[in-house]
Design a protein around this ligand. Sequence first.
Ligand SMILES: [Zn+2]
Length: 204
Amino acid sequence: MKRLFAIVLVMILIVSMCACNDLQLPNNDSKQSQSENNQQTPNEEVCEHIWDDGIEVEGGTDAYLMEYTCTVCGEKEQYIITIIPPYPITENDIVNKVYVYEKEGFCGDCTIEIKANGTFTYYEGMLSSHIGSGEWTYTDTDRMLTLFEKMVRLDENGNWEQFTQSYSFLVEEDTLIFVNKESDNGLGNFLYVKVKDGEKFFAR
Ligand SMILES: [Zn+2]
């Protein structure tokens, strides 16, 4: 991770150096720019620094200090690099909780229960006889919880066909935030309660 930061930083540095070397005076008045050119020292050379991979000068838990050396002229640059910790939410923080939709369900609360055995159930309210159920997945890196529900519907020939409906949520502490574009909206999301992008379910 640190190495990646370093490489990115070096690349930014090289790009910015290139940008500096490309800077030129505005050439609106040709006479003036000519006289300015004459005043410049002809032998002045600008090193197009090529930075090494850098060494860690000083470590730390929140940040560390890196020193980079130009492999051409030996110039040194130091940078403080801040360590961004991964968002500290794991599966264990999500499971064994009932999340309640912030708005009114289909008469009463719309709730989702995330179970530790990898399954979930949801109820949309007292007027809905549908109990949604299926399996869920969670990825730590993008904090995305996705519920997969196997459902049936009539196809165009009047036959029942199975399909999978999915619901995606960005996970924050004790909160599920609905992500519409990551959900498979075969039904326009839940059966009766139509949850909008960014709407929340709070752990009870
Ligand atoms: Zn240099």
